[in-house]
Design a protein around this ligand. Structure first.
Ligand code: HEM
Length: 171
């Protein structure tokens, strides 16, 4: 029963990560394309809040529930699909953390434009394109994790190595 509850939390966490990420990307892009500093400022403010409330919570819970599931189901964390997922999770984090900072910076720049009654400055546009580019590897890594978690494929060579290391009590 506890196992299924934790698995439920884990799967909901995965949905929150993907859903919040995709939603944020869509709303930020739509606001940017309209080019109105007031709208960009408003959307960026909400997006920053959503990332802190939802994404950050899921980011912390996901490895905790995941490691607990692996431990309870007797999966080694060095097993190919789990090990690769953890690597991809680190890749996602490495792209997500700067994205959070960029969103805060875009919000500040847009708010300054609103106050000054000027269009969005070049610094905003520069950061926007970095934000846009960082979204692709982060999204691809999350999709990769979903696939690994659902398909649980055996990874040639790595899993044989893991089995040998396991028998020799190396980890
Ligand atoms: C970072 C460390 C993670 C670990 C150690 C981990 C571990 C696990 C384990 C052991 C299971 C299998 C549970 C079972 O068979 O009953 C599982 C399932 C699942 N995980 Fe993760 N997970 C991690 C992160 C993630 C992330 C980041 C996502 C998605 C964003 C994710 C999505 C899923 C999904 C959708 C399932 C259900 C798959 C199914 O039952 O077909 N996991 N995870």
């Amino acid at each position: 029963m506890l196992y299924f509850f934790v698995k439920f939390v884990h799967v909901i966490g995965a949905a929150v990560l993907l859903g919040t990420g995709a939603g944020i990307a869509f709303f930020m892009l739509a606001a940017h394309l309209r080019g109105d500093p007031r709208e960009v400022a408003g959307v960026a403010r909400t997006v920053v809040l959503a990332d802190f409330l939802f994404t950050a919570t899921a980011v912390v819970l996901q490895p905790l529930t995941g490691v607990w599931l692996a431990w309870s189901a007797n999966y080694s964390l060095m097993q190919g699909w789990i090990f690769l997922s953890i690597l991809l999770y680190l890749v996602t984090g490495a792209f997500w953390l700067p994205v959070v900072w960029m969103q805060m910076r875009m919000r500040t720049l847009a708010m300054e434009s609103v106050k000054a009654g000027t269009p969005l400055p070049p610094a905003y546009h520069r950061i926007f394109w970095w934000w846009f580019a960082f979204g692709f590897p982060a999204f691809a890594a999350v999709m990769g994790i979903f696939w690994l978690m659902i398909a649980r494929p055996s990874i040639p060579y790595w899993d044989q190595l893991d089995a040998v290391a396991d028998r020799a009590n190396l980890w």
